[in-house]
Design a binder for this molecule. Structure first.
Ligand code: KG4
Ligand code: ZN
Length: 350
């Protein structure tokens, strides 16, 4: 197997949690101002299979990935043997995530790489979220990478992670802080369960909050005013639990809106404090919770008020998908990073 000198088109596979994705992502431009065009983006959500359990069940995730991958591949290739001539490399998420789920993607990608003689690139899921901010919807538009200047602060908010990064450049970062207990997406999911809303809770709470009063209930803003950049969301969830226990007739929309306000205000406070203290010129927002319209507009407004450039993924690329894995694989190649081992690992720092 030879590695082509220039890798333009990467076929990416994502199976770390409860979304199965295969995408074809092209990179042009330079290492400092790359452009990414998503030519194919096939995605199947397993939400229906997990819903009755109120969360993701690893063995069901594995079964559903195994079922979905060949169908998605057919969708992406269109059954055209010439498709493979366009593909320069294959990328697959190897960490972090549910190990049985990750292995299905790794095994599938290994077979493809062997059959079609392509290099295989182990890729980090959270780097995928980070670089989802660089994906483009319209090929002719200005590339997101051209609007960002550094240093930048990145806030990544997903179902498993909540972290702040300081980025010296598009290719180097340092972790400033992360959650000490629940991730913010996990808090959304748990509060949704308390409100009898289905999994995943993020979009449900967002919808319910639209008809509620965010100032109705005084909820804590954990760690908002501590000097560090860590987060904690489990106390906020517990405060909601106690409020519902003590107020059986509570207005659910007010609870949803007040919870969302508390969560967003902690994220906003810490993000902009980090931006001030690091002298940041830009802010990036990514991860499944970045699909939240209230969070998007608050951070966009806060960035504009401080004259910071602001980047977030186009709507379809916030929650898990394979296009972002393609972008992360390209970025690792552009910065000459060592490839990640082709084995599933549940927790690996960025
Ligand atoms: O990034 P992601 O798809 O998977 C992980 O890597 O964890 O994030 C999933 C998380 C879930 O907790 C889900 O409830 C949350 O993102 N989420 C949202 C919204 N859409 C998804 N949270 C708040 N508002 C949303 N609109
Ligand atoms: Zn994710």
């Amino acid at each position: 197997m030879h590695t082509p000198l220039v890798i333009r088109n990467v076929l990416a596979v994502e199976t770390s949690c409860d979304e199965t994705g295969i995408a074809l992502v092209e990179q042009t431009g330079t290492a400092e101002a790359p452009r990414f065009v998503v030519h194919r983006n096939a995605l199947v959500s397993q939400i229906a299979a997990h819903r009755e359990f109120g969360g993701v069940v690893p063995s069901i995730a594995k079964r559903e990935h195994i079922r979905a991958l060949p169908l998605l591949l057919d969708e992406v290739t269109g059954g055209d043997p010439a498709f493979w001539e366009r593909v320069d490399a294959i990328a697959v998420t190897v960490c972090p995530g549910l190990e049985p789920a990750l292995w299905t993607g790794i095994t599938f990608a290994q077979e493809l790489a062997e059959r079609h003689g392509k290099p295989l690139l182990g890729t980090h899921h959270m780097q995928g979220h980070l670089y989802s901010t660089l994906l483009e919807l319209e090929p002719g538009a200005k590339a997101p990478s051209e609007t960002l200047t550094f240093p930048a602060i990145a806030l990544i908010v997903s179902g498993g992670h909540t972290m702040l990064l300081e980025m010296e450049s598009l290719h180097s970062w340092k972790k400033l802080g992360e959650t000490r207990d629940d991730a913010v997406g996990e808090a959304y999911d748990k509060v949704a369960r308390l409100l009898d809303l289905p999994y995943p809770g993020g979009p449900e709470i967002q919808k319910l909050a639209e008809s509620g009063d965010p100032r109705a209930i005084a909820l804590p803003r954990p760690m908002a005013h501590e000097k560090n950049y860590d987060f904690s969301f489990s106390g906020l969830k517990t405060a909601v639990l106690y409020h519902l226990r003590d107020n059986p007739g509570a207005n659910r929309a007010d609870v949803a809106a007040s919870f969302q306000e508390a969560a967003i205000s902690v994220l906003e406070t810490k993000l902009f404090r980090a931006a001030d203290e690091c002298g940041a010129a830009s802010v990036l927002l990514a991860g499944g919770v970045a699909a939240n319209s209230a969070l998007r507009s608050r951070l966009a407004r806060g960035s504009a008020e401080r004259s910071l450039a602001f980047a977030m993924p186009p709507m379809p690329y916030n929650t898990d998908n394979a296009a972002m894995i393609g972008a992360a694989a390209h970025m690792a190649l552009l910065r000459g990073a060592d490839p990640l081992p082709l084995e599933a690992r549940g927790r690996v720092p960025m």
